[in-house]
Design a protein around this ligand. Structure first.
Ligand SMILES: C[S@@+](CC[C@H](N)C(=O)[O-])C[C@H]1O[C@@H](n2cnc3c(N)ncnc32)[C@H](O)[C@@H]1O
Length: 217
């Protein structure tokens, strides 16, 4: 596995931050926002005034959509890239964007009703440690949603690689590598279930190029 060090990853995302939203539009051919919207629409009912955590929140897309959907919610977005968070904070004033490590969250056990992580788990130093930490801060019966690329289409992988390589940016080369090394959804479901979650459903998008897995604690 590529060596992943907290300082290296956060510095890399600091550098990518300014162009992150624009490049995401290009890489996803303008589909990522629609997919994120559909993923959240599929979460279902939460308790009154829910507490929601968006991990690896980046520039805050998911956190903002969650706050718009669950208006009475207390939404917290966590990321360790200060530059990504600076962009997120400009998008919504009623979300707490906190600079912290997802592998060592500054929250008590059993705090949140919903935790989401989108295109993020893959970038953490240790996927399993992140899952254990998510389990710790989620209430019993809480929902966990993981969204990322899946490995169901070789053609999609090829097109994605071509687009990303056209940026001629070494940081994007790293992201390609992290995508290659990341488990597919079946392996991931197994890992997450081994760490205290029950798999509820999987939603596929773009013919399975991207998938979201839903779990409960
Ligand atoms: C590809 S971006 C995803 C951003 C956003 N969730 C989205 O869907 O567009 C991955 C983010 O994960 C963050 N990240 C990676 N490892 C992290 C960790 N251990 N703790 C906090 N943030 C982390 C990076 O700083 C980066 O902003």
């Amino acid at each position: 596995m590529t060596e992943r060090k907290k300082e290296i990853i956060s510095a890399m995302f600091d550098k990518l931050a300014a162009d992150y939203d624009r490049n995401n539009n290009i890489i996803s051919l303008f589909t990522h926002k629609i997919i994120k919207y559909l993923v959240i629409a599929s979460v279902g009912k939460l308790p009154q005034n829910p507490k929601i955590l968006d991990l690896c929140t980046g520039t805050g897309d998911i956190a903002v959509m969650l706050k718009n959907r669950y208006k009475s919610a207390n939404v917290v977005g966590v990321d360790f890239s200060k530059e990504m968070l600076n962009i997120a904070r400009k998008k919504h004033s009623q979300i707490d964007f906190i600079c912290a490590d997802c592998l060592n969250l500054p929250f008590k056990d059993d705090t949140f009703d919903l935790a989401t992580i989108s295109f993020g788990l893959r970038n953490t130093e240790n996927y399993e440690k992140a899952v254990i930490e998510i389990n710790r801060v989620l209430k019993s019966g809480g929902i966990f949603v993981h969204l990322d690329f899946d490995k169901k289409s070789k053609l999609a992988d090829y097109v994605f690689e071509k687009i990303v390589k056209s940026f001629k940016n070494e940081n994007y080369e790293y992201l390609l590598k992290s995508k290659e090394e990341f488990p597919d959804s079946a392996q991931l479901i197994k890992l997450i279930e081994q760490n205290g979650f029950k798999h509820l459903k999987t939603n596929n998008y773009l013919l399975g190029i991207i998938s979201a897995q839903y779990f409960t604690k």
